[in-house]
Design a protein around this ligand. Structure first.
Ligand code: ZN
Ligand code: ZN
Length: 201
């Protein structure tokens, strides 16, 4: 009797596992790895993970802290080159595998004639890597929501979206100003683009 029970249990377990892996293969959900550089506020990380999980059609994972990649520090500006960081992250990415770097330090890129222009975020367009910073996000009680908006903006670039002129859309160009509090949604056009790419829920 005991022997047959064992067999039965084994079969049930075996079947369950098969079903599970078949489902996982069918779904093929994208994964976004959040990569914090140096020390980063854990509450902000958890908030970001939660907010992204609610809106994006992806599994959001937080990686352990890391040092900035070598050569990314720019001494005259006391900033880190965003370009070096996303180049480093892109090398680890793959199909349906995105890397979102986060840092509290100031990050910068070359913009027109300005060699070292401080930014809130930078992402490939299109590509699989971006980086965002809380340094320019202002007061503490606004940071969590603003950080989420910068994240979806840069991930939107990764998915292939350009800047958008529609007022209130997450894909508006910051043009060096703080416009994040006016951004409340992906406009119909940007939203449809992301849905077609299975990026949004
Ligand atoms: Zn942009
Ligand atoms: Zn838009």
């Amino acid at each position: 009797m005991r022997f047959s029970l064992f067999i039965l249990l084994f079969i049930i377990t075996g079947c369950k596992q098969t079903d599970k892996s078949a489902f996982a293969n069918k779904k093929q959900e994208a994964v976004i790895f959040i990569q914090p550089f140096e020390k980063f506020d854990e509450k902000l990380l958890d908030d970001l993970q939660q907010r992204l999980s609610q809106s994006l059609n992806a599994d959001i994972k937080i990686l352990p802290n890391k040092d900035f990649p070598q050569g990314s520090y720019y001494l005259p500006g006391n900033r880190y080159w965003a370009d070096s960081i996303i180049h480093y992250l892109q090398k680890q990415s793959g199909e349906k595998k995105y890397y979102l770097g986060v840092t509290a330090k100031d990050i910068s890129t070359k913009k027109n004639k300005i060699v070292n222009w401080g930014v809130m975020g930078l992402g490939y367009h299109p590509g699989n890597a971006c980086v965002i910073s809380t340094f320019r996000l202002g007061e503490k009680n606004n940071v969590s929501e603003r950080l989420y908006k910068v994240a979806v903006h840069e991930l939107g670039h990764n998915a292939g979206l350009p800047h958008c002129k529609e007022n209130g859309c997450y894909m508006m160009d910051a043009e060096g100003k703080m416009k994040l509090d006016d951004e409340q949604f992906f406009c119909t056009k940007c939203r449809q683009f992301l849905i077609n790419k299975s990026f949004l829920k």
